[in-house]
Design a protein around this ligand. Sequence first.
Ligand SMILES: CC(=O)N[C@H]1[C@@H](OP(=O)(O)O)O[C@H](CO)[C@@H](O)[C@@H]1O
Ligand SMILES: [Mg+2]
Length: 559
Amino acid sequence: MGLDASRLIKAASGFPLPPGIHFSYGTAGFRADGSILDCVVFRAGIVAALRSLNTGSTIGLMITASHNPIQDNGVKIADPNGDMLSQEWEPFAESLANESNLENVVQVVEDFMQKNGVFKVSASSGKVLLARDTRPSGGRLLDAAKQGVEAIAGVSAEVIGVLTTPQLHWMVRATNRGVGASEHDYYSQISSGFKCIVDMIPMRKNLASPSELVIVDGANGVGAMKLSGLQAIIPNVQLNVRNCGSEGGILNELVGADYVQKERKFPQNFGHASDLTKMCASFDGDADRIVFFYSQKSEDAEGITLRLLDGDKILTLLAIFIQKHLQELRSEVHWLSSVNFGVVQTAYANGASTKFLKENLGVEVVLTPTGVKHLHHKAAQYDIGIYFEANGHGTVLFKEEFFAVLTKTAPSEFRTEAAYKAARLLLAISDVVNQAIGDAFSVLFLVESALQYMNWTIQDWDAIYKDLPSRQLKVKVQDRAVLRTTNSETKVTHPQGLQSAIDMEVAKVTCGRAFVRPSGTEDVVRVYAEAATQDEADCLARGVAIHVHNLAQGVGLPP
Ligand SMILES: CC(=O)N[C@H]1[C@@H](OP(=O)(O)O)O[C@H](CO)[C@@H](O)[C@@H]1O
Ligand SMILES: [Mg+2]
């Protein structure tokens, strides 16, 4: 079976490439203003269809631009396990997205198919599940993607409609594992895992006490809309969801996880309320990340400060919770003594978190470049691996073999009640987490169950370690591709002289660390700096940003 070239050309002719724009497959797929993406999304549909034929599995395609402004949109592809499209396919996706000649589109596809034996695995049929978030351009782009999938003979497109990104990834994984893959199945799995953990809380006090209250910032996005599916069936947690997209709230504008984490400000509709000393959580626009926060009285004029618990704090809490149970198993069940456990971070992880994980918990910490696709693969190498980006994007992965051992071992084979309980707890955790990708819903309920289990408040959790003050800045340059980095983005190799200039700035402050990298989702260079005091971190970030501006052809006035 070969490619039906005339069918492809006919379909592709309806989606002309906008002239003069190069689309890059960035940190998480293609992103741009929603009005110019029809062609790119159509062609991403072709890629997803071919990937389905190549793997003989169901593939996912999600229309979203995550934390970006409402007018932006984008497309991500989910592989059979629910994780991101294999990086080996990214160059193909990018060259296909940028091919202006229709005849050449067919050629690019044919060449790739020949090289990869796309039709060797499955000559019969493929399937792509498609979904979108709540952006206004989503419906039109979803239709373009569907037409792209259907341009490849033998592949069907199933439009699911509006979902969070992690829900779609979860469904792809569940479909390929042959288990229930509906939205209802998704909610049931999280809620039964959560209930199981809460039921195992040792010497549970206050059983009759009112539910825990969590105040959620839904970023005016799909997360707020879908959370009600869980709210109805989760016991012992009372959710107060704000920024649901009604009452004129705009997606990601002054709300959402990215705003709270980067600006260190309360989202809209969270001002000056005394109940914010309780746990608050903020989702991003497609609900694949989450950060937590609460308010604390301060001495400054405003009287109230935001305490942020970011992805690093989430990772540390989960590492403590999981390690406790894993140790129980390792010491009591000899054939589990070699089970390995590791955590994965990026250079954006606060230095204090890495130090705590290594020195206080004795956990193996690995750094990867930014982007879930990098962290996920590293974490998957452990029997239990946790990964989180500082911005709140992450999850827990259980290796298949380890999971099977836990599931299959009979209660009598555990020497102690504690070891048996630890195994059940780990299995319950594996139900709450989304093993396909980071998921704001899963992490919200996993964190809540861990806190309830350990009888901690959000303040207890915050006190695990003290963040080093940090600052992030963005610098506009003529072409951000001139920046090249190495060592998991901690060092810059191009333009020449930039790294030594950064080293010089770092040496001026106490406990300083700084790095720069081109963003994969925005047209900017990102600068990160941390130091012993906020003033020093600010000063370091500014100093580094000025060097970037000077050495990488900054646009506009120096920062
Ligand atoms: C510093 C930062 O937060 N970077 C984010 C951002 O990527 P950039 O390549 O830095 O633009 O968006 C990615 C996708 O959502 C996310 O994975 C990543 O962590
Ligand atoms: Mg997102």
